[in-house]
Design a protein around this ligand. Structure first.
Ligand code: DON
Length: 321
């Protein structure tokens, strides 16, 4: 579909605001009718999501904001939390340490894979799959679980530029059905690859996944990663530039799970999906793009979000290659 539109090559900044607005509207119009995919149902509370919701937002590195559709509708961040927690932990521990402890290679396997740990062997592949993300959360600084959770909540809030709160219903729903993540954490503990109590790390991880965000929040968070770690709205430095650069490398490698190669081939930008229906796409140096639509493909990536992002990358000339 994108082939019919004029293609642009990547330049120093986003195209002029009129074009960004027009193509964001066009992406929404084109892909709203798509009905492919299914809402996540392995977390019971997520099965109630409205499949018609569809929001898109862009925030430039200079702070301009664009949004269309359900961009203010709240939903749980889920796996889109992973790069931000990784960025905060890399910022606290240094990029060499987190590479050694967590890994930075693609697993080529689904996000909740257990066999990926065994094949690696006994190591997490990267911080974007559940195993590596729970291990990342186990490295969060703090004297006890409450302090660690506050580090995560406050850190993600600085990325968003506002105080984020949890969806208690989704948290409790996932907590009650969390055997697989708890099993992964215990398995990793057996290999010395979880760095705190495994059930405590899984609980903080489940809380971070239950934080409520809007598409507009995700665009600001994504723009902060595009801006070398400085939030373009609040102007606060959230993480150092080195941690930011490393996070983008991990996102490009593994942010879309076993579809990361196809994503990079079509979109050419680092991105992260979540089973709540959110996707962030980082346009390095230029801004952040975010989408929300809860209909997912079998890798757990939003279908409309994938289509809209590929369309916008092509038509706005965002592909870094
Ligand atoms: O741990 C889980 O399974 C969920 N809290 C998050 C998974 C997720 O978002 C995968 N991404 N598409």
């Amino acid at each position: 579909a994108a082939a019919a539109q004029p293609q642009r090559i990547s330049t120093g900044s986003l195209p002029d605001p009129g074009l960004v607005r027009r193509l964001l509207d066009e992406a929404h119009r084109r892909f709203a009718p798509v009905q492919d995919g299914a809402v996540a149902n392995y977390i019971p509370a997520l099965a109630a999501a409205d499949p018609d919701r569809f929001g898109l937002a862009i925030v430039s590195a200079t702070g301009e904001r664009y949004a269309v559709g359900d961009a203010r509708h709240p939903f749980t961040i889920q796996s889109v939390s992973k790069p931000f927690v990784f960025a905060l932990v890399a910022n606290a521990l240094g990029h060499e340490e987190v590479k050694q402890l967590l890994g930075v290679n693609n697993s080529g396997l689904p996000f909740d894979s257990v066999i990926a740990v065994e094949l690696n062997p006994g190591r997490t592949a990267n911080p974007m799959v559940n195993a590596g993300a729970i291990a990342t959360t186990s490295l969060v600084p703090g004297a006890d679980a409450a302090a660690k959770w506050e580090f995560v909540r406050a850190g993600l809030s600085r990325f968003a530029g506002r105080e984020l709160a949890m969806d208690d219903e989704v948290y409790e729903s996932e907590s009650r059905t969390n055997d697989r993540n708890e099993g992964i954490a215990r398995l990793l503990k057996g290999y010395g690859r979880i760095y705190s109590d495994p059930l405590e790390a899984t609980d903080v991880y489940t809380r971070q996944c239950s934080l409520l965000v809007t598409t507009e929040d995700l665009a600001v968070m994504s723009a902060t990663l595009a801006d070398g770690g400085v939030n373009p709205i609040t102007r606060e430095r959230v993480i150092d530039a080195d941690s930011c650069k490393r996070t983008l490398a991990v996102l490009a490698t593994a942010g879309m799970y076993e579809r990361s190669g196809e994503w990079l081939y079509e979109v050419g930008l680092p991105a992260k999906s979540g089973v709540g229906g959110g996707i962030i796409t980082v346009i390095p140096g230029k801004g952040g793009l975010a989408s929300y639509s809860p209909l997912l493909d079998d890798a757990g990536n939003s279908v409309r979000g994938t289509l809209a992002t590929a369309f916008l990358s092509t038509t706005l000339g965002l592909n870094v290659f």
